[in-house]
Write a protein that binds this ligand. Structure first.
Ligand code: DAT
Ligand code: MG
Length: 167
């Protein structure tokens, strides 16, 4: 069945110039990229994204990490992969959460590390399943940023809202 998965290239992946390698590895899945952008991650977005871990001792470090505070790279690359069993296929290539336990040829096994402070720098995020993907994609993307209709959306007329346009 066609599914969507949120994939994030985390700040360590960007700092290590791994974008090309990661995209090449993920292209083995034959899935389609239906959305992509660079994001400066707010504290609110980071905390909402990882809210299932908010009671963990590593939560604060995790938020700093995804916001790029540990890598002088205040950005992540966010993408939506779409197609047959998207989350399973992408997670298989990503490897286990703990980069030291990840299959050595997986993305996390190849490029991840655990810092001396205990932070899992595991290079990418991939949604675990379609339900998690839906929650996460709705956090990271607006409907019009995705080139297929993934989830029900509605049109609204927004008045008095401020946005930047080209000068
Ligand atoms: P995953 O990213 O494989 O879906 P997760 O959702 O359980 O794993 O955790 C999210 C992130 O939190 C993970 O990528 C790295 C960090 N993390 C998880 N368990 C950890 C631990 N025991 N020590 C340090 N960081 C951890
Ligand atoms: Mg997870």
């Amino acid at each position: 069945m066609n599914q969507a998965a949120l994939v994030l290239i985390k700040p360590d992946g960007l700092k290590k110039s791994l974008t090309g390698n990661i995209l090449t590895r993920l292209s083995e899945t034959k899935l389609e990229i239906v959305a992509a952008k660079m994001v400066r991650v707010s504290k609110e977005l980071a905390e909402e994204h990882y809210k299932h871990l908010k009671d963990k001792p590593f939560f604060k470090d995790l938020i700093s990490y995804i916001r790029g505070e540990l890598h002088e790279r205040r950005k992540v690359m966010a993408m939506v992969y779409w197609g047959e069993d998207a989350s399973t296929k992408c997670r298989e290539l990503a490897g286990a959460t703990n980069p030291e336990e990840a299959e050595p040829t997986s993305i996390r096994g190849s490029y991840g590390r655990i810092t001396t402070a205990g932070v899992y720098e595991n290079v990418i995020h991939v949604s675990s399943n379609p339900e998690e993907a839906q929650r996460e994609i709705k956090l990271w993307f607006h409907p019009e940023e995705i080139i297929v209709d993934l989830y029900p959306a509605k049109e609204i007329v927004a008045r008095e809202y401020k946005r930047k346009v080209w000068a």
